[in-house]
Ligand binder design. Structure first.
Ligand SMILES: NC(=O)c1ccc[n+]([C@@H]2O[C@H](COP(=O)([O-])OP(=O)(O)OC[C@H]3O[C@@H](n4cnc5c(N)ncnc54)[C@H](OP(=O)(O)O)[C@@H]3O)[C@@H](O)[C@H]2O)c1
Length: 418
C-alpha cells in the first residue's frame, strides 16, 4: 500500500454496503487512510449516493486491480459471494464479510485459503452483527476450554416472541415485524430457525473446532408458538426464547429451538430485536455479550472494526488467525441429548386418563416432574413437565400418548431450559 493508504472495494451497496461506504468515507484519517476505490453492484443504473466513477458491475475490475488490498463482501446469499471471496483470498487480498451463509457453508475452507495465501479473512458481523463477540471468542478466550455457548442470535424471532409475551398473537407479531423491516416478506429463515442455525455453525467452529452438518444440527422455529404457551410460561415463572445451544459437556451437540427459560436467566432479559451470546467455561464461569444483532449501523460498526484489524495485519505482515480450536469430544446425536419437556394435551375427562399417560412415560423411562389438570369434560387440559430424559425416549412417549383414545390432541411441546 502506498503511503499507508489502503485501497478498498465494497461488494454490494444495499442496506449494509451503503452504511459501510458512508462510514469508510467518514473515518478519521488519523486512524488509517482508506480510499474506497470500487463498489460492485448488480444494477449500475440504480440511483445511489455514491459517485458513479467508482461503481462497477464487473467483479474482475476488483479482482484484477492489484492496488486494491482490502475487499468487503456484503452481497448476501451464498452465490456468487463464495466464489468471489475465494478468488480474492487466492490473490492475497484481505477480505471482510458479514455473510453468515457463506461462513457457515465454507468457513473452514476459506480460513484455510486465507492462511495459504497469507491473506486475511474477518467476519465479525456474520454473527450477532453489532455485538463484538467473535473476536473475544477467537482471541481473548482462546486459552479457555469452553463448555457451553447459548445464543439469542436472531433478532426477528426475538422481536416477535417479545411482542407475544406482551400479548400479541403470532400473526400480529409477524405483521408488525414486517412493517418495521425486521422480517422479510418471506420470513421462513428467521421464524423457522434457519438463520440462527447458520450462526450456530459458526459459533460451533470458533468455540469448539467443529462445524456440525445441517443434519447434525437439530433446528426448530417459533411458528408453532401461541399466546397460550406464553400464558403457561408465565404461570411457571418462565418465558419463551429461540435459543441456539451448543454444548460440549458429555459429548458435543448443537441445536436451535424454542425453550421455556426461567425469567431470572440472563437470556430472558434480552427483549425486542436485541441479540445475546452467553459463553460458559471453567475459569470464566459465565460471560454475557448483548446488544444490537441487526441493522445497518451496528453491522457497519462491526465491519469497520474488522477493516481496522485487517489494515493492522496488512501493515504488520501477521496472519490473523489464532490456530482454530481442536475438536475435543465426541459428537452426540440430538436423540441422545437430555431434555426436559413441557407438554400440553387436550384429554377427555374420564377416570384413568392420567394413569394411562403417566404409565406411557414410565414405560419409556421418562419421569414426570409436575402435572396440572384444568377444565372439565371436552375442555380438559393436562400440562406436564418431564424430568430430563433422552430426546428419543421423550419423542416415543409423546408419539404413543397422542395415539391414546383419551387424548384429543397434543397441543404443544416445548423444551425447558434446565
Ligand atoms: N441487514 C442486517 O441487519 C445484516 C446484519 C448482519 C449481516 N448482514 C449481511 O449483510 C449482507 C448484505 O445484506 P443487505 O441487507 O445489505 O443486502 P441488500 O440490501 O440486498 O444489498 C445487496 C447488494 O448487493 C448487490 N448485489 C447482489 N447480488 C449481486 C451480484 N450478483 N453482483 C453484484 N452485486 C450484487 C446489490 O446490488 P443492487 O444494489 O444493484 O441491487 C446490492 O447493492 C448479507 O450477507 C446479510 O446477511 C445483514
Amino acid at each position: 500500500m502506498e503511503n499507508n493508504i489502503f485501497n478498498v472495494a465494497v461488494l454490494g451497496a444495499g442496506n449494509i454496503g451503503s452504511a459501510v461506504i458512508a462510514r469508510l468515507m467518514d473515518l478519521d484519517k488519523g486512524i488509517v487512510g482508506l480510499n474506497v476505490k470500487k463498489v460492485l453492484v448488480k444494477d449500475k443504473d440504480k440511483k445511489r449516493d455514491i459517485s458513479s466513477d467508482i461503481i462497477t458491475n464487473n467483479f474482475d475490475d476488483i479482482l484484477n486491480d492489484d492496488s486494491i488490498n482490502l475487499v468487503i463482501e456484503v452481497l448476501g446469499g451464498v452465490d456468487p459471494g463464495k466464489e468471489y471471496i475465494s478468488a480474492l483470498l487466492e490473490k492475497g487480498k484481505a477480505v471482510i464479510t458479514a455473510n453468515k451463509d457463506i461462513i457457515a457453508d465454507a468457513g473452514v475452507d476459506l480460513i484455510q485459503k486465507a492462511k495459504e495465501n497469507n491473506a486475511c479473512l474477518y467476519f465479525e458481523a456474520a454473527v450477532a452483527a453489532g455485538i463484538p463477540v467473535l473476536k473475544p471468542l477467537i482471541e481473548s478466550l482462546r486459552g479457555e476450554e469452553l463448555s457451553k455457548v447459548l445464543g439469542i442470535i436472531n433478532g426477528t424471532s426475538n422481536y416477535m416472541l417479545t411482542a407475544m409475551e406482551e400479548g400479541s398473537t403470532y400473526e400480529d407479531a409477524l405483521s408488525t415485524a414486517q412493517e418495521l423491516g425486521y422480517a422479510e416478506p418471506d420470513p421462513t429463515n428467521d421464524v423457522e430457525g434457519l438463520d440462527a442455525k447458520y450462526k450456530a455453525v459458526i459459533l460451533s467452529l470458533l468455540c469448539f473446532g467443529v462445524s456440525p452438518s445441517s443434519d447434525e444440527l437439530f433446528t426448530d422455529g417459533i411458528s408453532g408458538i401461541t399466546k397460550e404457551d406464553f400464558e403457561w410460561a408465565a404461570r411457571l415463572g418462565k418465558t419463551i426464547k429461540l435459543v441456539a445451544q451448543i454444548d460440549n459437556k458429555n459429548g458435543f451437540n448443537a441445536r436451535v429451538h424454542p425453550v421455556l427459560i426461567d425469567t431470572k436467566h440472563p437470556l430472558a432479559a434480552i427483549r425486542g430485536a436485541l441479540n445475546a451470546v452467553v459463553v460458559e467455561g471453567e475459569n470464566i464461569n459465565q460471560l454475557v455479550f448483548s446488544g444490537p444483532g441487526a441493522g445497518a449501523e451496528p453491522t457497519a460498526s462491526a465491519i469497520i472494526g474488522d477493516v481496522l484489524s485487517a489494515c493492522h495485519q496488512l501493515n504488520s505482515d501477521q496472519t490473523n488467525w489464532y490456530p482454530l480450536r481442536e475438536f475435543k469430544g465426541e459428537m452426540k446425536s440430538f436423540e441422545d441429548v437430555q431434555s426436559s419437556m413441557f407438554i400440553r394435551l387436550s384429554v377427555s375427562d374420564e377416570p384413568g386418563v392420567l394413569a394411562k399417560i403417566s404409565g406411557t412415560f414410565g414405560e419409556n423411562n421418562v419421569s414426570i416432574e409436575s402435572v396440572i389438570q384444568e377444565g372439565r369434560g371436552d375442555k380438559a387440559e393436562l400440562v406436564l413437565v418431564t424430568h430430563e430424559a433422552p430426546e428419543k425416549d421423550i419423542k416415543n412417549s409423546i408419539d404413543q400418548i397422542s395415539a391414546l383414545d383419551s387424548v384429543t390432541t397434543v397441543t404443544s411441546t416445548l423444551r425447558v431450559y434446565v
